[in-house]
Design a protein around this ligand. Structure first.
Ligand code: PMP
Length: 404
């Protein structure tokens, strides 16, 4: 049989059709235009990247390891980096894992993909916070999982909603995906009083947890939150970390801590199929940077200082410019806050009006599983400086007033 003239020669797999396109990527294309104030992306402030230190670390990697830095490497990752990660997880997150239980991944996004690939058959259930990180929705959807959103509030996922979801799920969910510290998109954290209950629920119903923690180091106020995994007693627990938000996302160095040896082996096989290994040069550069604790601490302190000011500028600007009836979260860390317009409003209308005034944000509908709450939106506060933040929020409020 001959192919139809003009038809695509590709007969696509159905699973790739179920992935929601990222509205964010589309919106980011508009941020490059001059005069635009963007609250849309999740970009760290580029002017704060430790360029000199990364240059020195890369030179050290090449000087110390020579050709090995450019050679193929182990799928599991560069040994000294895995050792550093295991020690760091113990010191900063209260997690006890050995270097042998750490898989270096090409950004935590790859960790989400690999876990989904190993775990999920079509139709399997995954419980997620609602709203949820869009990249996780995409990764799980790519394996044709069914996502069940669990209600959240200022204290993160709600235990009684999680119990109800576990009890009423048509089958045992394969995974519970959580971002307990400074969530994307809302900026909220799991309240310490809820932590033990969430872990106990996952264990009672036999549902493994994937804890995603790219923002844990970016804390500007409030008490430190321990990682949820520090409370987990079983092997059914996975922890994802990343250098993206506190060092540089372009390195693509993240990690997945896995206590279950059989699951770890499967992850290694699927990672081999995906990319053989995370680039050896960036792993080594990251290691040579990270092995100086004083430099890391000093850099994180600068990030927190700058981002705290930007967060405060955005909170003050929202209070100053937005009318009553709008509500927003007050995150203790991370890169985002979440805004609720009055019920009945549509953030897409505001997006259209704000775009004409050269202000961008991400309408909330991309982050919802199931029925979206259309009056919600995500604002990033790390990218623009305080003056631009105030001006951007002023324009946002004026766009909103124009719609009324
Ligand atoms: N998880 C969450 C919650 C994120 O917000 C992001 C990045 N925006 C990622 C994972 C992926 O980050 P990376 O792959 O750069 O580590």
């Amino acid at each position: 049989m001959s192919a139809q003239a003009g038809a695509s020669p590709f007969r696509l797999a159905s699973r790739s059709g179920g992935i929601r396109p990222s509205a964010i990527r589309e919106i980011l294309k508009a941020t490059a235009q001059p005069g635009v104030i963007s609250f849309a992306g999740g970009l760290p402030a580029a002017e704060l990247f430790p360029l000199e230190e990364v240059r020195r670390a890369t030179q050290e990697a090449l000087a110390d390891d020579g050709p090995a830095a450019l050679q193929y490497g182990l799928t599991e990752g560069y040994g000294p980096l895995r050792e550093w990660i295991a020690a760091d997880l113990a010191a900063n997150s209260g997690l006890k894992v050995t270097a042998g239980e750490v898989l270096v991944v090409s950004g935590s996004q790859q960790g989400l993909d690999l876990v989904a690939k190993v775990l999920l058959d079509p139709g399997d259930l995954v419980l997620v916070e609602n709203p949820c990180y869009l990249g996780a929705i995409q990764a799980f959807s790519a394996y044709e999982a069914r996502l069940l959103g669990v209600a959240c509030d200022e204290g993160g996922i709600r235990p009684e909603a999680l119990r109800r979801a576990m009890e009423s799920a048509p089958a045992r969910p394969k995974l519970l995906y959580l971002t307990p510290r400074f969530q994307n998109p809302t900026g909220t954290s799991l309240a310490p009083s809820r932590q033990a209950e969430i872990v106990a629920l996952a264990e009672e119903f036999g549902v493994p947890v994937l804890e995603d923690d790219p923002y844990g180091r970016l804390r500007y106020s409030g008490p430190p939150h321990q990682a949820l995994g520090a409370l987990a007693g079983t092997g059914g627990w996975l922890f994802l970390g990343s250098t993206s938000k506190f060092l540089a996302p372009g390195l693509r160095v993240g990690w997945l801590a896995v206590r279950d040896p059989a699951f770890f082996e499967r992850l290694v096989s699927v990672k081999q199929a995906a990319d053989l290994h995370t680039p050896g040069l960036t792993q080594r550069a990251a290691f040579h940077y990270l092995r100086r604790p004083d430099a890391v601490q000093a850099h994180v302190a600068i990030l927190c200082h700058v981002y705290r000011r930007r967060r405060d500028a955005m909170l003050a600007a929202l209070a100053r410019h937005l009318p009553t009836g709008c509500r927003w979260t007050r995150p203790d860390g991370g890169l985002f806050l979440w805004l609720e317009l009055p019920e009945g409003a549509d953030a897409l209308d505001l997006f259209g009006a704000a775009r004409k005034q050269n202000v961008l944000f991400v309408p909330g509908e991309s982050f919802w599983v199931g029925e979206p709450k259309r009056h919600t939106l995500r604002l990033n506060f790390s990218h623009a400086d305080p003056e631009r933040i105030d001006e951007g929020v002023r324009r946002l409020a004026s766009a909103w007033a124009g719609l009324r």
